[in-house]
Ligand binder design. Structure first.
Ligand code: MD6
Ligand code: FE
Length: 202
């Protein structure tokens, strides 16, 4: 499905590739454990846990808000390297001339995890698309428009689906309403992992 630069590739990753990615993620999370970001100002914890791979990671806390930084906020270590398989996927899908600098890893597990309607606008390179990979349980994804109040539509993303947000859709509102429990057998502990590949700097 293609709407103004929003492109869904259903089942882009076969089961073997999904399992290979989960293996890569296991190694990443050993070095860079999941942490729970906080909303700027209020300090309210996210229901989603996060970590990153690549030169930059996305973090957020009460005092310093949303940002990219080159080290893990808890361990202080540099983020683990971006897996090669993700670099190839980025170039195959986008043909973009610069590599992604951040693979943000979102974990949806536990009590009603969700992600409110938002736009990804902390990057300097807005020409670059964002590539999003779904693994594990099915997500009910909400796609909106350029303004918060614009009409939205609900789309299910299943394990192996890859979405690209480019062109006019790059700054569209979107979010995750809910996760459908036990809809996939990929992750042994259940839940959903979403990877987003981002180019941050020009
Ligand atoms: C998620 N995805 O699928 C959340 N952002 O868990 C996003 O927030 C997202 O899918 C930018 C581009 C694509 C996305
Ligand atoms: Fe987003």
């Amino acid at each position: 499905m293609h709407i103004n630069g929003f492109y869904i590739h259903p089942g882009y990753l076969d089961r073997n590739t999904q399992e290979e990615l989960v293996g890569c993620l296991r190694q990443i999370v050993q070095k860079a454990p999941f942490f729970r970001p906080e909303m700027p100002r209020t300090g309210k914890p996210f229901s989603v846990e996060m970590t990153s791979a690549g030169p930059l990671g996305w973090v957020s806390d009460k005092h310093n808000g949303y940002r990219y930084q080159n080290s893990h906020p808890v361990t202080g270590n540099p983020w683990p390297a971006m897996p090669e398989v993700l670099l190839s996927l980025w170039f195959d899908l986008t043909g973009y001339h610069r590599p992604p600098e951040c693979c943000l890893i979102n974990l949806y597990r536990g009590e009603k995890p969700k992600m409110g309607l938002h736009r990804d606008k902390d990057e300097h390179d807005m020409e670059a698309p964002v590539v999003s990979i779904s693994l594990g349980d099915t997500a009910v994804f909400r796609m909106g428009g350029f303004n918060r109040g614009d009409p939205t539509r609900s789309i299910k993303l299943t394990s192996g689906d890859v979405v690209t947000f480019g062109g006019a859709a790059r700054l569209s509102y979107h979010g995750i309403d809910r996760i459908i429990a036990n809809s996939s057998t990929l992750l042994s502990q259940g839940g959903r992992i979403n990877l987003t590949l981002r180019r941050v700097n020009l």
